[in-house]
Write a protein that binds this ligand. Sequence first.
Ligand code: BEZ
Ligand code: FE
Length: 303
Amino acid sequence: MSTRNLADEELTQAVLSSFSGCRSERFQEIIQSLVRHLHAFASDVELTEEEWFAGIDFLTQTGHITDDKRQEFILLSDVLGVSMLVVGLNHRKPSVATPSTVFGPFFVEGSPRVANGEDIANGAPGEPCLVQGRVISVSGEAVPQAHIEVWQADDDGLYDVQHADLSEPRGRGHLYAGDDGRYCFWSVKPTAYPIPADGPVGKLLANSNRSPMRPAHIHFMVTARGYQSVTTHVFADGDPYLDSDAVFGVKSELIAPLTRHQPGRAADGRDLDVPYWSINYDIVLALDDASDMSGRAGGSSRR
Ligand code: BEZ
Ligand code: FE
């Protein structure tokens, strides 16, 4: 198809046919669909040149603030709901399996190994919180020795990597569940926090009168041989942001009560002279077997 003298609709067709000989069929499908939707979008809103340039400028700023510590494009994908859409499309599981949710930017490889029952806080500010439960299969049997990565923000609403002056990990760790599937660790009570809002994505939210807040949660990434891995969060029941998460990551099955306790002996035998909190949450893993599917969208992350 000639690229000369094209009316608007012919232009779309010409661009599509320019991508008709791609080396990969899948790439061709993706790029042609992207062109179709981009052209339809520009026509739909009758995009002005000024608006087009504002969009280019926004993407340029998004690139400029992105480095190996900060990923503003993923944040953009998160607030546009694309991350959760991709999670849903890629993680269909039996309905009782723990659903997956967004990965977020604060996971760090090589977290400290802790024994089952130990504390991952490592001095993170916040009231103590005992987190425990079982890793089980969809039929309720214990999943032995599941590998559990956990990470969370402290009482200031910050992850360790957001503190400039920290030399050691805080509020993160990995452990193995027991043969009976039981896991347990101490940390600090999770708190609601804003996603990084000092860049172009923050401006986008502010200009849209949208809140940057995420409800209090603890991140979990659980893997066990023979089961589908799950990357998810456990959210604190009663949090005021459960229905307005800036990245659309909340699912009802992921909400667990956060219970306050007076000083005394905790369920794991630890004596506390300050008030503390507890969360009980069972992680339900689907078999790593396509025959186990019942067609429910769960969702996960980058693993
Ligand atoms: C998080 O939960 O850590 C997170 C997820 C998406 C965007 C920003 C933060
Ligand atoms: Fe988080």
